[in-house]
Ligand binder design. Structure first.
Ligand SMILES: [Fe+2]
Ligand SMILES: [Fe+2]
Length: 166
């Protein structure tokens, strides 16, 4: 059973949002790299990779359902952060926005009685709990260290221990 047109359009919008997140985290990674925070930069680059896998998950689903993938333009990410904390606060805000968007998709799939899309989106709903939890924890850790150079160096090393894009 194909997806109805409005849902397919919303799924394509979500693909665009995941690629926008990929772009945003890449901009954040570059921001840290420029300031010699290699650990934060690595963390953000892995997060960018993860966002691409999110986009591709929906991309594959749309095609599996016999739908049409339409790739929309990706806006230039606003990269005007002043501190590491501002970057992670922006990441947290972004994840909250993504959660709202996934929830909106789910309620649409519910009202259309599109069960396959509901099941697919359940993975994303669980994932967003993780994303919000992680981005909040990291932002709060940065808030704690404040302007302490030592604190930032320790956190940079700690964040750099991330090895997987999941
Ligand atoms: Fe995502
Ligand atoms: Fe994740």
């Amino acid at each position: 059973m194909p997806m109805i047109a409005a849902l397919q359009r919303a799924m394509n919008d979500q693909i665009q949002k995941e690629f926008s997140a990929n772009y945003l985290y890449l901009a954040m990674s570059a921001w840290f790299e420029e300031r010699n925070f290699e650990g934060f930069a690595k963390w953000m680059r892995l997060q960018a990779d993860e966002e691409r896998t999110h986009a591709m998950r929906i991309y594959d689903f749309v095609l599996d359902r016999g739908g049409k993938v339409i790739l929309e333009g990706i806006p230039e990410p606003a990269a005007k952060w002043k501190t590491a904390l501002e970057v992670f606060d922006a990441a947290r805000k972004h994840e909250q926005m993504v959660s709202a968007s996934i929830n909106g998709l789910y309620s649409r799939a519910l009202s259309e009685k599109d069960y396959a899309t509901q099941v697919m989106l359940q993975w994303f709903i669980t994932e967003q709990v993780e994303e919000e939890k992680t981005s909040t924890a990291l932002a709060e850790r940065l808030r704690l260290v404040g302007d302490s150079a030592t604190g930032l160096i320790i956190l940079d090393r700690q964040f750099g221990e991330r090895t997987r894009a999941t």
